[in-house]
Design a protein around this ligand. Structure first.
Ligand SMILES: [Zn+2]
Length: 132
């Protein structure tokens, strides 16, 4: 299976795809794109819509490493035209609002932190200065 497909399935993406994964400065960067016509989620009320207003600059989220290489998801979120709230930034399915790490990495960090200190956990996953 291609790495792109593997990441898309792992994140259970329905409205987004992973056109490309490339190596950049010792880390893997997965580019994420919206599949036009699929429903996006309003970040404020969670209603779903296909109507977009504009786009935010690209953002990055740290994900679980792949074969020891840090994996980063890169995506420029849309501002959707929510029928209830107007233009709002979409809620991405792979991370909680404001988080810079994926739900999967947050879960893994939480699991490991039951056995190790936060410092040891952060060192293991090489994440520093992230809020969970
Ligand atoms: Zn809304």
């Amino acid at each position: 299976m291609r790495l792109e497909t593997c990441i898309r399935k792992g994140l259970r993406l329905k409205a987004h795809r992973v056109p490309e994964v490339r190596e950049e400065a010792g880390r893997l960067v997965a580019e994420i794109e919206w599949i036009q016509g699929r429903e996006l989620t309003c970040g404020h009320c969670s209603r779903r819509t296909r109507r977009v207003h504009s786009r935010r600059p690209p953002r990055e989220w740290r994900d679980l490493s792949v074969r020891g290489q840090p994996l980063v998801l890169r995506y420029a979120p849309y501002r959707v035209r929510c029928p209830a709230c107007g233009p709002r930034v979409e809620d991405v399915p792979w991370a909680h609002k404001w988080q810079r790490i994926t739900r999967a990495l947050a879960r893994a960090l939480a699991e490991l932190s039951r056995q190790l200190s936060w410092q040891q956990t952060a060192a293991h996953y090489r994440v520093f200065g992230v809020s969970i």
